[in-house]
Ligand binder design. Structure first.
Ligand code: BDR
Ligand code: CA
Length: 310
């Protein structure tokens, strides 16, 4: 499976990158960074740092958009810490960023590879993906699928009562992506709030005891503090690696094809994902919306694949 990961690391983004790099079925063609959890200068550096933690300084990392399509950037240092990757000891990555813009890399890769063979995995705001679709509309028919972490329906929002962070930050970009016509797989909070980093799951990750797993353990222990206090749970939701897990083992998940529209105009509900779960409109189905997950199966997969990074 050929994959481009579009990301704003983020501790849970780091877990997604590690799961992909630890999985022999997945060929990571490149990682594109976007502004989100923290500004772009940090997300692109964090993406390279995570690759290096996995011993993969060969991965191509590109910097993309430093702000949403038409709004000022909103960040989430209150969740992820000042660096976006707080927890482990951080360092300056030893390998450089690729020259060129992430959006050009996405377009060129999709135009050069055989149609229907490259999946996009956006796990941050959807700015880079929307810009690529706008720059070269011909990529739409060449994308195998867009497996994105974003939105919520029954679970509603996390950054506001109505909206999930990735969609809230750039709702106009999300609207472009959901309307584009390529197959969209949506991994909303409804799923990610079922994959909690409980103490026993984090201990199993710690026990893998290689560089990546040790770093991830420290990240998770930092990152879950905010959500534990917010939700009163043992651990916090591990959002982003669910996208990679779906590529690897879709049977761990359940959902249905729905229409999804994005609220872009309301001040109160900006970035809400309006999912027609019950099919009460005649609007066309534009996404596979996941709603359920085998959480133990997901953590077993993550832990097993981290061990490959030794
Ligand atoms: C999403 O927002 C970010 O803070 C996380 O990395 C994840 O992609 C969850 O709402
Ligand atoms: Ca993210």
């Amino acid at each position: 499976m050929k994959v481009i990961i579009d990301t704003d690391p983020g501790q849970d983004d780091a877990a997604a990158i590690m799961l992909a790099l630890g999985s022999p079925e997945i060929d990571v063609l490149g990682i594109t960074a976007v502004a989100g959890n923290v500004p772009l200068a940090l997300t692109e550096r964090n993406a390279r740092m995570v690759c290096e933690m996995c011993g993969r300084t060969d991965i191509k990392v590109y910097a993309g958009a430093d702000k949403p399509l038409s709004r000022p950037l909103v960040t989430a240092e209150h969740v992820h810490g000042k660096t976006g990757l707080d927890g482990p000891e951080l360092f300056e990555p030893s390998f450089p960023l690729q020259p060129g813009h992430a959006v050009d890399f996405i377009v060129q890769t999709l135009m050069n590879e055989a149609p229907g063979t490259v999946s996009l995995c956006p796990i941050g705001p959807l700015t880079n993906i929307a810009l690529a679709l706008q720059k070269e509309p011909a990529i739409t028919g060449r994308i195998q699928q867009i497996v994105l972490m974003g939105g919520g329906y029954f679970a509603q929002g996390n950054i506001t009562p109505a909206a999930e962070f990735n969609i809230f930050v750039d709702p106009e970009a999300a609207a472009v992506v959901f309307a584009c016509g390529a197959p969209v797989i949506m991994m909303p909070l409804d799923v990610t709030h079922k994959v909690m980093t409980t103490k026993s799951r984090v201990e199993k990750i710690r026990a893998v005891d290689n560089r990546a797993a040790r770093a991830l353990t420290e990240m998770l222990l930092f990152y879950e503090r905010f959500d534990e206090a917010k939700y009163g749970t043992d651990g916090g939701p591990l959002h982003d690696p669910t996208t990679i897990a779906w590529l690897l083992k879709p049977d761990l998940f359940a959902g249905r094809e729905c229409n999804v529209e994005i609220e872009t105009t309301s001040k109160l509900t900006r970035g809400a994902t309006v999912v027609d779960w019950w099919g009460v409109t005649k609007r066309g189905k534009n996404a596979l919306v996941l709603g359920d997950v085998n959480a133990d199966g997901f953590f077993d997969l993550l832990t097993e694949r981290l061990a490959n990074l030794g």
